[in-house]
Each structure stands twice: as C-alpha cells, then as structure tokens.
Design a protein around this ligand. Sequence first.
Ligand SMILES: [Zn+2]
Length: 434
Amino acid sequence: MIDPADEVVRFASELIAIDTTNASDNGGPGTERPAAEYVAEKLTEVGYDVTYVESGAPGRGNVIARLPGADPERGALLVHGHLDVVPADAAEWSVHPFSGEIRDGYVWGRGAVDIKGTLAMTLAVARGLRREGVVPPRDLIFAYVADEEAGGFTGARWLVDHRPELFEGATEAISEVGGFSVTVGDGARAYLVETAEKGVMWLRLKARGVAGHGSLLHTDNAVAKLAAAITRLDQHRFPLVLTGPVHDLLAGLAEMTGVPFDPDDPEPAVARLGHLSRLVGATLRDTAAVTMFEAGYKGNVVPSTARATVDGRMLPGREKAFEAELAAVLGPDIEREWDSLPPVETTFDGALVDAMAAAIGAEDPGARLLPYMLSAGTDAKSFQRLGIRHFGFAPLRLPPELDFTSLFHGVDERVPVEGLRFGVRVLDRLLRNC
Ligand SMILES: [Zn+2]
C-alpha cells in the first residue's frame, strides 16, 4: 500500500522543479499550466473527475476536484492552494531555486513553504483518500489555482466571479499560512491557525507640478511634492488596535510561557516573540509602505508629474478609517487611485476547529492550537465572497530554531521533510473527521 507520507516529499520536489513564477502584476498570461497538468494527472490517476479551467488568460491553469462525502446536507470543505510562486534570483541562492533539491533533511526551492509543500501535502492526502475509497463526513473540494501572488485576478478571484458552481455548497475552507508550530517556553509547541487577514490597498499616487528647465527657480515641483508626502506617510504611525485574534494569540502564549501580557500595552509581549514578532507586530496596526517611485526623464528637466506605489494593509474593520487617514497624511495635492482586497476574519470555534485540534493532538500530544492574524493576504479574500469561512491550516511541525516566516518569498526557501510527513498525517486525520 502507498503511504501518502511517502509521496509528499517527491511531489513537493517535483512541483518546485516546475517553474511557475508569477512575474505579472496585472493578470496577463501565466506559467501555471504545467503545474496544473501535473496535479490534474496525479488526481486523475487515482480516479478523481478533474475540472481544468484556464481563467481569463493563457497558461493560467486551475484544477478542481470533488470527493463526495457521506452527508450532502453538510456544507463542503474547500481545500485550496495556489500554483504560482514569486520570482527567485538563482545568484542569491545556495541551491538552484527551481531544483527541488532534497538535502540536509529539507526540500529546497522557491515555493517550498509558499506553497508547493502545501500543495504536495493536500495532493498526497487527496490521493490516499481516493485510493482507499474513503467517504469523508462531508464533500471535500480540492482546488489548485493560479495567480494568488498577484491578487488572484486570473485565479481565485476569476473563478469566484465566473465559475462559482465549482465551489457550490462550500461553507468552510482551509489553505496556506497557518497550522505551523512555534516552540515557546521550555519546549511546548503551539500551532498557529490563521483566522484573520489584513486587507490590502495597492495605491498609485501622483503629484502634478509645473515642468521646466532645471536651472530656473521652481516653486511647484512634482517630484519634491510627492517625495515630501511619501516621507510623511513613512513616518506616520497608524493607531494600535488590539483585535480579537491577536489578543487571543498573545493571551494563549502568555498562558503557555507564564509571562503575563498587558492588553493595554501589547508591544512588549510582541517584542518577546523572537522571529515571530515581525509578523505579529504587523497585525497591531495598519501599515503603508512605499514600494515604487518613478519620476523624470532628463537631468536638467523638472517633470510635470511624479508617481509612487504604496502597499497599504489595514486591520479588519479599519477600511474606511485607513482610507481617511491616508488622505489626511498625503494631503490634497496627491492624487490617489487604488485596487483593494478586503480583510478576512472568522471566529476560532466550531466543529472544524475541534477536528483540527484533535488531529494535531493525535500527532503531537500536548500541543496547543492558537488563532492568529496574517499581515498579508491570500485567496481567502476571494473565497470569502462566496460566504466561505476561512482558516489557514497547512500543518507543519517545525524545528524550534527555524525562522519560518522569513522563508516566505525569501532566499533559500526550504521546508523540513519531517514537517511535510507530519503535515500529511495531520491533514489525513482532519479530512477523515471534518
Ligand atoms: Zn502563498
């Protein structure tokens, strides 16, 4: 009999070796097709009926398959992940980023943690369930989609708009960036389940001024105006708001470590979290980071316009306030246009959460599940438009010293082989009992 835990490492390595770099920021043609075909073939091989969809642009492959459950009255569980990855510069890496090399107990390469390792886990588990003829408690929908790294415009977002019937009946979903372990205090482990995500506002800013020869006096310089506004924004601190999931995470960790935390002043507790503090710290307030600046075309010409791009992230419930605060800080001279994706939030309770805790507890006795908020965004933003509750739960038991969050989109991205095998065992238990 094939053990899914034996398949997962090979799948992770082979999926990494399929370069699905998503270099586009605007949903053009994509590179996902060969990875989508790989997943489709692995599912078809064990008897799934697979739907293959190219969403809006050539190469943007998506694969959806359903495993019927015992109780059609219960809502389906969507298990989704994206096929694309962010670019990687081979010159910076210890191994080739698209080698999928297995070395020192890790699978290495772009996508190892975001998200090919997770795809390999769900694929191995989906195959195991089908091979064994398992009828899960409710329908399971497995979805492997394009374009998450650029907002899902030709992936989840497109599918929700154009093919919602593929997700019919789904009430809950699990996907990436959650379920990983953190080691606290004297070796106790907590597994962080993502129950909320900040919203995204990608802003394009523009300042206008009077163009002219660089040698003359200028009182209305577009470049200077925009630079000043950007500096104000960079120095601005948005208000601290302790949201439910962040409170519950810090309270849970305080219980585990015995080090109390003050809800009125949570920043010292966040600072004590080691490498996790960058992620949790970014969920205490809204942020707005300038990422691109563009102006001018000649050294002796003051241009009439200057442009900048800002990556804004707002807490759940802060959408309107964030927009108003941005406008105030930037001032009336700066024109603003934006694309936005809303925050995501659900409660940390219910039968699915209980089943997650049971599955983790069976494989790592004594471990504790805690909710947390992701400072970034995922395809959950699109799927929540179908009324689907979302959890980040891609279980991985990690060595205590590994700085996991820095591996996302990082150099030398890698995932522990034993972590993947652990994740398969947990997911297998979860999907049989969800
Ligand atoms: Zn991802």
